[in-house]
Each structure stands twice: as structure tokens, then as C-alpha cells.
Ligand binder design. Sequence first.
Ligand SMILES: [Zn+2]
Length: 441
Amino acid sequence: MNIRPTPDTRPATSTRPDAYFPGHGDDGYAVAAYDLELDYRVGPNRLAATARLSAAAAARLDRFALDLGPFRIGRVLVDGSPARFRHRRGKLTVTPARPLGPGAFTVEVRYTGNPSPVRSHWGGLGWEQLTDGSIVAGQPTGAPSWFPCNDRPGDKARYRIAVTAASAYTVVANGRLTGRRSSGANTTWVYEQDEPTATYLASVQIGRYRSLELDGPVPQHVHFPAALERRVLHDLGRQGQMIGVFSELFGPYPFGAYTVVVADDELEIPVEAQGMSIFGTNHVDGDRGEEPLVAHELAHQWFGNSLTVAHWRDIWLHEGFASYAEWLWSERSGGAPAAEHARRWHARLSGQSKDLVLADPGPRHLFDDYVYKRGALTLHALRCAAGDDVFFGILREWTAGHRHGSVTTEDFTALAARRSARPLDDLFSAWLHRRQLPPLP
Ligand SMILES: [Zn+2]
């Protein structure tokens, strides 16, 4: 299935930088495309790179800011001409020779250095060295660890990522592999992602991997350490069926293919990227013990990657939906029905007092399991109130209407209210906007 790119017809206006991470992003412009040329040495963790951004200014711009970690900047060109810049505390502020905008402009940044994770409440984020390779785990603010970007989730763009590394390594990035050529001891891999992609979902994975393609409704590329082949193939053995079930429940799979990387190290949690998920060796036990995570990461392709929050406060639109997808997969694959998972989790959450509201949990609670599970329970409550036909109709209309776009909680509740025969105001205000956990319907 070949998905046509969404034409870039959006106006050059942009949302405000995110309230949860006010230091990230610039609302003065939006990026249409990133073209990244990376030369990476695995052993010394050394990156030499050129980034070319095609952007548009909403109004006149005297200067603008990119987010970029502590690299050495070689030069910055704006529309092909050298520009002045200042690089401090993760912000590369660029002052072009002449004011820009409104309208299109290009930026080219050359930079070198050792990519290092962005520090955060959740530990290091972004480009990270493995024992023998590297991964990117960008959510939510790790993208500047490896490329200059407008780091806010609402600014989605196309990507072309070309990576040169020693030929012993497999390089995986988002989208289609459109070129691979070797020269001397190195190989350059070129990937293109046409669908609009948030910065935190851009990804490069490097390791000594075996690569296979699995059968299913869409091509599934799998990259893993050769020693894990039996475990990986067993644990992902039902992923094709899962894509089929989710396509039926949520609408068509949003990308042309799906890639899974099993990195050759343990990872605390799996990571979603555009068209891709990354697991650690600890997530494949050869017994499908972590199949709920396989379902969860796959579901993010609809909820998080195709439909991306405009603001991080609406994280339940990603994590609540992906968590509910775990229960739906259980229900559809011979396990416990979603209602049983809901009962169990409702009992567990009832015992926790959390000082947060789901629709705005605060930056520190973004990835709190309470948010994930209360989000899933909210969807279950909606399903009970609306009935299965209406509920799954809402999900499919949701993914179709905002495909490859940006979304808010208000967009979702408005759609549900339009489709439901019963008023939903009380349900949504109890589950989304009040602290107390409502009773399970
Ligand atoms: Zn998730």
C-alpha cells in the first residue's frame, strides 16, 4: 500500500511553543521538510552532519531559533547566504542578513560533535550510544540531541535522512529506504518519510542487525541481533494479525510499512517512532510475554504518530489510546475482554490518589502509568456509554479526519459528542477534567 504524501497546504501560521516545554520550539515559523546528512562513527560516537530545513515564516522574521544540543557549529546559511548565529543552552538563534518572511525560506546548518542525550525529568532523551551501536529515543524533547529542529509536537514535516556509517552496521531510519551505496569501508543509507512527522518521532537506529520482512497486511521490516532470531520471530508472530485487527477497529494503517528494531541492549521501555518501534532484548522472551507492548507500540502509529498532539498536555490521546489498544488486542486474540482489564485497572487506580487531571496532567506526569490507564478507562467508559458501533465509528472517523495531522482533546470530545445519541458532557468532565476517579460504568 503506497500512501500519498499529504500536500503541504497548511498556512504559515503556527501554534505557540508548548506550555509544558516552553524552552523548546519557535512559533515564528513552521518546517515543511528536513534533509539530514549524517556521518556517524559508532566507536567514538562522533557525528558530522549537515541539516537543510525548508521552512515558512508566518510573518516578518528578524531572527528565529532552532533547538540543537551542544555541537560545534560550522556554518549557518539562510537562503544560501551566511547568517549570524548564537548557540547557547540548546538554542541556536539565527539572524539572517535580511529579515525573512512572510513565506518560504531555507536554513542549512553544519555541525559536528558527540551526540549526547538531552537531560530531562525522565533521564537522558534522544540519541544514545548502545554497547555496539546507537538508538534514538526522542520523546518528548530528545530530537535536538542529533539535529537542529523546531522542537514542538505540532510542527510536523517531511524527512530525508542519509546516514553514512561503517558497513558492518545496519542503519534504520524513518520511512522508505530509497538508496544504499558502499564506498570503501562505509555505507550510506538514505531513507525518506513523506508523511508529516513530529520531531520526536524522527529516528535513526544503528546496530549489527539481521533484517527480515514478515508477511502481513502491510510490509513489516524487522531488524534484530542474529542470536535473538527465534525469540523475535515467535514474539512478533502475531503482529501481522494485530495490524489487521487494528486496521479494522481504527481504520487503515497510516503508513506504507512498519519497522521493528530490537536493539542489542536492554531498554527500560520500548520507544515509538514514525512508522517504527524499538524494543530491547528484555522485551523479547520467546514466549510472547511482552505482546501487550507489541500491541501498544503498533497502536501508536495511529494514535501519536499519524494523529499527534498539538500540545503535550493532551498526552492521553496517545497513551490512553495505545493502552486501550492492548486491551482490545487481548479481547480479539482469545485473552481477557477489555471489560475485565478495565475492572482490574479501575480497582488498582482506585487505591492511588493522584493530584492530576487527565486532560492536563502536568509535565512531570506525562508518562505516568496512571495517565495511561485512566486514559484507557476513559475510552472504555465512552465505549460503554456509546455502544460498540458508535464507539468504533468514532475511532475510525477520528483517525480519518485528522490523518497525519495535529489534534487536541477538544477535537476528540467534540467528535464523540456529535456521534453519540447520549450527551457525553458529564462523562468527559468526570474522566478528563476532575481529579477524582469516576466509578466504572
Ligand atoms: Zn506509549
